[in-house]
Design a protein around this ligand. Structure first.
Ligand SMILES: CC(C)(COP(=O)(O)OP(=O)(O)OC[C@H]1O[C@@H](n2cnc3c(N)ncnc32)[C@H](O)[C@@H]1O)[C@@H](O)C(=O)NCCC(=O)NCCS
Ligand SMILES: Nc1ncnc2c1ncn2[C@@H]1O[C@H](COP(=O)(O)OP(=O)(O)OP(=O)(O)O)[C@@H](O)[C@H]1O
Length: 204
């Protein structure tokens, strides 16, 4: 297996790069999706969230009201840390199992673990390569406002809830510049795929 840790700020283009690598043949594991799965109704993590934040964070049907919880935690560092302390261990455990499963199914698999908070959540899977997508802050905010309909202040709060780009880039083996055109992002992703394949061949 060849394990890539893919990270980057919110709306920096991680999913866009992950999708391209998937089209080339990589197995894609998405931490955001796992973070949703581990808080589905009936899970221990959801029970712990209700314990911490009260039943007001649930919809009438018992599922998590993500917008409501997001409104509480983004902008309140202590509340966010508390939420992270509940969700991150569950995501770590599930991602570890899925990576092991991918390797068992195909020892030659290229696995892309797409994890927005690789730095913040101290993810310590044994990555062969850490890839960071990097776009200017104004591009991140503009995408959140234009494409996802966030209020500008909320978009800024989400960007600010994450580690600064310099710290993120300091752990990168490869930085993909996602501040330009989509075509420029794609060609960097294609070059990355070619590099990984070459490394795999060299390893034998
Ligand atoms: C607060 C929640 C309910 C808001 O849900 P919502 O659907 O509005 O946003 P979503 O989960 O799609 O996240 C969107 C983006 O926000 C950023 N973000 C999410 N959680 C965090 C966090 N704990 N710290 C900093 N940024 C975060 C990431 O860039 C993420 O890609 C949700 O983000 C959450 O449960 N967060 C804690 C778990 C977590 O860390 N998830 C991220 C992947 S492990
Ligand atoms: N040069 C570029 N590279 C990547 N994405 C771009 C670029 N220009 C514009 N975009 C757009 O920006 C958005 C980036 O969204 P994407 O879901 O890939 O980011 P993300 O980092 O995975 O976000 P999140 O952290 O919220 O999951 C997409 O709608 C994409 O089309």
């Amino acid at each position: 297996m060849y394990l890539i840790g893919l990270t980057g700020g919110i709306a920096s283009g991680k999913s866009t790069v992950a999708r391209r690598l998937y089209e080339h043949g990589a197995v894609h594991i998405d931490a955001d999706q796992l973070a949703r799965k581990v808080v589905e109704p009936g899970t221990p993590a959801l029970a712990a969230i209700v314990e911490a934040f009260g039943p007001g964070v649930l919809h009438g049907d018992g599922s998590l009201d993500r917008a409501k919880l997001g409104g509480i935690v983004f902008g309140d560092a202590a509340a966010l840390a508390r939420l992270n302390g509940i969700v991150h261990p569950a995501v770590r455990e599930l991602s570890g199992r899925l990576i092991a499963k991918a390797e068992a199914e195909d020892p030659e698999a290229v696995v892309v673990y797409d994890v927005p908070l690789l730095v913040e959540a101290q993810v310590d899977h044994p990555f062969d390569l850490i890839v960071v997508t990097d776009a200017p802050r104004r591009a991140q905010v503009a995408r959140l406002v234009q494409e996802r309909g966030l209020e500008p202040a909320h978009a800024e709060a989400r960007v600010d809830a994450q580690v600064d780009p310099e710290t993120r880039k300091s752990i990168a083996d490869v930085v993909i510049d996602t501040g330009g055109t989509l075509a420029h992002t794609m060609s960097q992703a294609d070059a990355l795929w070619a590099r990984i394949r070459a490394e795999q061949r060299a390893r034998g």
